[in-house]
Design a protein around this ligand. Structure first.
Ligand SMILES: Cc1cc2nc3c(=O)[nH]c(=O)nc-3n(C[C@H](O)[C@H](O)[C@H](O)COP(=O)(O)OP(=O)(O)OC[C@H]3O[C@@H](n4cnc5c(N)ncnc54)[C@H](O)[C@@H]3O)c2cc1C
Length: 388
């Protein structure tokens, strides 16, 4: 689907395409050198290295349509590897709730991709019900530092992270959403232990993180003590919108069609088989509906609104669609998908199974699907919680 783009937007799209083509990775280049150089050049374009940052903090200050164009173009271009936790997660919180000194201290290194961050929210017993978290932070009598004790779980990339942004409990006397405090601290210090969790596909991306008497200077607290829930909540809606990946799914679906067309069936291909075609068609329809939802959310963003409950619809549908594409890719790979570790048969079958196994987590992190349905029921459909 194409939205009507004005001449300025079309010119912007050409600039983006030109930039991606000119700065594409070339075989044989040192990846890390290319990566940092790419971000530097993107910064010289007027903040393209931090597309979602506001102008005030050095971002491009794009219109929602420009953001949409960027998303669409990044779905087909190869961008350098980037972790979302610094640029996309902790930076917006520091901008919105951190003091000037914290902004000066943290934002330049985040922007230069010098520091890797991880997100310490979930705990054993506090995932969907995040406000039940128990990791304790106790302020010293002289008010100079907190002592943190507790356990975090599913902490993505904690094994390479330099810093963590962490929700801690400083008070448990009131309702559970109160008394949560937002702290930033280095990962490489006494009292922090990281243990890997190996996921279904054999990958190591998530971890358990244990804190034993970790000392955190009070200057590393974002905003007020006990107000961390408010700060974290605003971010979750942005995180959910980002996880929907609609533009990437459009590209992935086209790829799936090509792959299925390369699988022979009788005189034709798998794509000629009515049952497979029907599944692809259903996906295409749902994807188009999600794209319209994304455009609706774009329209409200143009009018100045923050992401609302539609971010839950996008997260729910977008991640389900990603899983369905991954599942059909495995189906297209047939028996070769089962031998994915060995890489026999169709070339795509090897990556297909890995992608499918990894995709099982998409409907869990960033807020599980059932929780998104609760949000939609309450805030979109206006349903009341059953009392029975
Ligand atoms: C790959 C991966 C990476 C992650 N990365 C991070 C990270 O970097 N940092 C971080 O802090 N966290 C991370 N998480 C954690 C993630 O946010 C949680 O897994 C998620 O919030 C669900 O919590 P839980 O695992 O405790 O499951 P639970 O909350 O125990 O849920 C279990 C089941 O119960 C259902 N359920 C729960 N509540 C309700 C309800 N009210 N109504 C109906 N059904 C309900 C859920 O949908 C789910 O099916 C990651 C998770 C995964 C899988």
């Amino acid at each position: 689907m194409d939205i009507e783009l004005g001449s300025e937007d079309l010119a912007f799209r050409e600039d983006v395409r030109g930039f991606f083509a000119e700065n594409a990775y070339k075989a044989g280049e040192d990846y890390n050198v290319w990566r940092l150089e790419w971000f530097k050049k993107a910064a010289q374009m007027g903040g393209w290295d931090v597309p979602k940052w506001s102008k005030e903090f050095g971002g491009p200050g794009w219109t929602p349509t420009q953001h949409y164009i960027w998303e669409q173009e990044t779905a087909t271009a190869t961008l350098p590897w980037d972790m979302p936790f610094g640029i996309g997660m902790v930076a917006p919180i520091i901008m919105a709730y951190g003091n000037e000194e914290q902004q000066k201290r943290f934002l330049p290194d985040i922007r230069a991709r010098k520091v890797n961050w991880c997100q310490g929210y979930s705990e054993p017993g506090a995932g969907s019900d995040l406000a039940a978290l128990k990791t304790k932070a106790v302020l010293s009598e002289d008010g100079t530092h907190y002592t943190v004790n507790g356990t975090k779980i599913w902490t993505t990339m904690a094994q390479i992270a330099d810093w963590i942004f962490c929700l801690t409990r400083t008070d448990d006397s009131g309702i559970k959403q109160e008394g949560i405090t937002f702290l930033l601290f280095p990962m490489k210090q006494k009292g922090i232990e990281v243990k890997p969790i190996i996921t279904l596909g054999g990958a190591h991306s998530v971890n358990m993180v244990y804190f034993t008497d970790v000392s955190v200077p009070v200057e590393n607290r974002i905003g007020e003590e006990g107000k961390g829930w408010t700060y974290a909540k605003g971010l979750l809606q942005h995180e959910r919108t980002g996880l929907a990946g609609i533009s990437r799914s459009i590209v992935a679906l086209e790829k799936l069609k090509e792959q299925a067309s390369s699988v022979k069936r009788g005189n034709g291909s798998l794509m000629d088989e009515p049952s497979f075609r029907a599944k692809v068609a259903e996906l295409e329809i749902d994807l188009m509906a999600s794209e319209y939802t994304e455009l609706r959310s774009l329209a409200s963003a143009s009018a100045g609104s923050a992401p609302g409950p539609e971010s839950s619809i996008l997260k729910l549908k977008g991640t389900e669609i990603q899983q369905r594409i991954a599942k059909l890719t495995v189906e297209a790979g047939g028996i070769y998908s089962a031998a994915w570790g060995r890489g026999v048969g169709h070339k795509f079958a090897k990556a297909g199974m890995g992608g499918y196994l990894a995709s099982r987590a998409f409907t869990i992190y960033g807020g599980a699907s059932e929780v998104q349905k609760d949000v939609i029921a309450k805030n979109v459909l206006g349903l009341k919680r059953s009392t029975t």
